[in-house]
Design a protein around this ligand. Structure first.
Ligand code: NI
Length: 210
């Protein structure tokens, strides 16, 4: 399974509305090979999610997979997921702030604090074309929202600004500065688990970008 180039911010494919796949599209060997390549590309890039527009394909498909790491020990394991034509149903309107990166923005090395819904259901088709629904919470729900945004040409930077309250400032940082800041800042509930990590800087290969 070859890896594909992950296109970077400024590439027009990241700003398009991707198209729905038909059952006929899904069963084509080319589509199945492409999904294999997306999984391989996500893993090679040490990401936790990848949407088809990120490999310059205007299809409504994303893959996701996560596991706890030194940098993000709070992340729970997410088994490999592939959703085609995904639709999001928000199950909890509460917005939660957390750090987020994107493999298409400086290869995931730029991060920002983005508000996302805490609990969502993702409905769509699996790679066999069967209907599936996944209830996702916390970081897993964040990944799904980030990926579905990619299918609508939305990048996480957009959400930072769109969801700021009047008195809030946007928080955007390099990942390196974020880790440095976490060492010196007063711990908050959100950052506590990162502060508890033994060695926050050893994990350049750790999975974080989406
Ligand atoms: Ni992304």
């Amino acid at each position: 399974m070859p890896t594909r180039e992950v296109v970077q911010i400024g590439h027009p494919s990241l700003r398009l509305n991707a198209r729905y796949l038909t059952l006929e599209d899904i069963t084509k060997p080319e589509t199945q090979r492409t999904i294999d390549d997306m999984v391989e590309t996500m893993r090679a890039a040490t990401g936790v999610g990848l949407a088809a527009p990120q490999i310059d394909l205007p299809w409504r498909v994303f893959v996701a997979e996560a596991e706890p790491s030194q940098r993000r020990p709070d992340i729970e394991r997410l088994e490999l997921l592939c959703v085609i034509n995904p639709q999001l149903v928000v199950l909890d309107q509460a917005l939660v702030s957390d750090w987020e990166g994107c493999l298409s923005i400086e290869q995931g090395t730029m991060v920002g604090v983005v508000k996302r819904y805490h609990r969502v259901r993702v409905e769509g088709l699996n790679r066999e074309g069967r209907e599936v629904a996944h209830e996702l919470v916390g970081f897993h729900a964040r990944i799904a929202q980030h990926e579905v945004d990619h299918l609508d040409g939305i990048l996480f930077f957009d959400r930072i600004y769109e969801r700021l309250s009047p008195r809030e400032s946007p928080i955007i940082s390099t990942r390196e500065n974020r880790d440095r800041y976490l060492e010196s800042a007063a711990p908050t509930e959100r950052t506590q688990s990162a502060l508890n990590s033994e060695d926050k800087r050893s994990g350049d290969s750790e999975r974080e970008g989406i």
